[in-house]
Design a protein around this ligand. Structure first.
Ligand code: SF4
Length: 381
């Protein structure tokens, strides 16, 4: 198992809240300065873990509301206190409505080597529905700027399963993305998170969500189109141009690898400990000002929880779960414990079992039913 750890930094500011989003962020920009000061102080307060890191990720929220100078202070602080490899992947999520060619050049000059652009769609009507602040033109321009600036590791995020979308309109988005030849494409299915304005509108019948059959068709279309255009699917929603362009950061989440999280709502995981910060910028700033971390909750994962994470997250990857690793980590005999279920799932075409390297992998059909299949391969709490 890859033990090189990752660092996640949550930047909790957005220009405007998108109605489908339940990531923690606020639109009041007046706290940006005290937030950056608190973030730098938080990095100081964390005990120096004996971990070796090979990725830093700025997510959010909208990290690109910050100037390169602010991000640079954070990176320098991290390099000063943690063991971070010199060839680390350093990613910033960028909203096309918040950057310019100049800003991208500055990001590159401070050592950021991967840009993840939240395009979501190449159609203005869809962007309107999603409540995005940017237009198709902005997205096209920013992708070109990022390439012109010399970034050779660019990710494009798209959303599929949007009401009104058809196979034809989704193929249009995929085609536009592929035309730019980005190194990475993520295609996330629109979900209706409880408490979001979009979910309320759905409940009020203001629009009709796409049918399950269409979601399945869009998913199949995505895999067929992107693999036909040279992309490797390495996780349910993630595709890379070649193996070394897989997102190191994302892979850590699905591989039970340690990561530290900074900023409000950020999670940290060092097996078997998991803890997370409060979802409130003001409280976060105040706690840090008073010299204490702003951790909301800590938990020690039980054997059952560890297994759940290993199976549920591992099955998201096209490499699947490594049965030897699970056996060694949990002191079980996975193959023996789930012999019946594995046989049935394989016969029904949901898993592609147990490959030469002793991996258990979901089939394309199985990926559509991850939420039902994963619990069948877990021990009860
Ligand atoms: S810009 Fe991103 S983080 Fe901010 S509200 Fe929209 S989807 Fe959420």
């Amino acid at each position: 198992m890859n033990k090189l750890a990752g660092i996640y930094t949550h930047i909790p500011f957005c220009i405007k809240k998108c109605p489908y989003c339940d990531f923690y962020s606020i639109t009041d920009q007046s706290l940006k300065k005290p937030f950056i000061n608190a973030l730098i102080r938080e990095i100081d307060l964390v005990s120096r873990p004996s971990l070796l890191f090979d990725s830093i990720y700025f997510g959010g929220g909208t990290p690109s509301v910050f100037k390169a100078e602010d991000i640079s202070h954070i990176i320098e602080k991290m390099y000063g206190l943690f063991h971070i490899l010199t060839n680390s992947e350093i990613t910033i999520e960028v909203n096309p409505g918040t950057v310019t060619l100049e800003k991208l050049k500055e990001y590159r000059s401070i050592g950021i080597n991967r840009i993840n652009i939240g395009v979501q769609s190449f159609q203005d009507a869809t962007l309107d529905f999603l409540g995005r602040i940017h237009s198709t033109n902005d997205a096209n321009k920013i992708i070109k700027f990022a390439q012109k600036t010399g970034f050779d590791n660019i990710g494009i995020d798209l959303i599929c399963g949007i009401p009104g979308q058809t196979k034809k309109t989704w193929l249009f988005d995929l085609r536009k993305a592929v035309e730019f030849e980005p190194e990475h494409i993520s295609c996330y299915m629109l979900t209706y998170e409880k408490g979001t304005p979009l979910d309320r509108e759905r409940q009020q019948g203001k629009f009709k969500p796409v049918a399950d059959s269409l979601s399945a068709e869009l998913f199949k279309t995505t895999i067929e189109y992107l693999t036909a255009h040279g992309y490797i699917q390495y996780e349910i929603s993630n595709f890379a141009k070649d193996t070394h362009r897989k997102s190191r950061h994302n892979l850590k989440y699905w591989s039970f690898t340690p990561y530290l999280g900074f900023g409000p709502s950020a999670h940290s995981f060092i097996d078997p400990k998991r803890y997370w910060n409060c979802r409130n910028v003001k409280k976060y700033i105040n706690n840090i000002k008073e010299g204490r971390l702003s951790i909301e909750k800590k938990e020690i994962l039980s054997k059952e929880q560890r297994m759940m994470e290993m199976v549920y997250l591992g099955l998201r990857k096209t490499d699947g779960i490594n049965i030897n690793t699970i056996d060694e980590n949990l002191g079980i005999n996975f193959r023996h414990m789930f012999a019946e279920k594995l046989k049935q799932l394989e016969e029904d075409g949901y898993i592609l079992r147990i490959q030469p390297k002793n991996h258990c992998t979901l089939s394309r059909k199985g990926m559509l039913f991850l939420d039902s299949i994963a619990p069948m391969l877990m021990i009860d709490d």
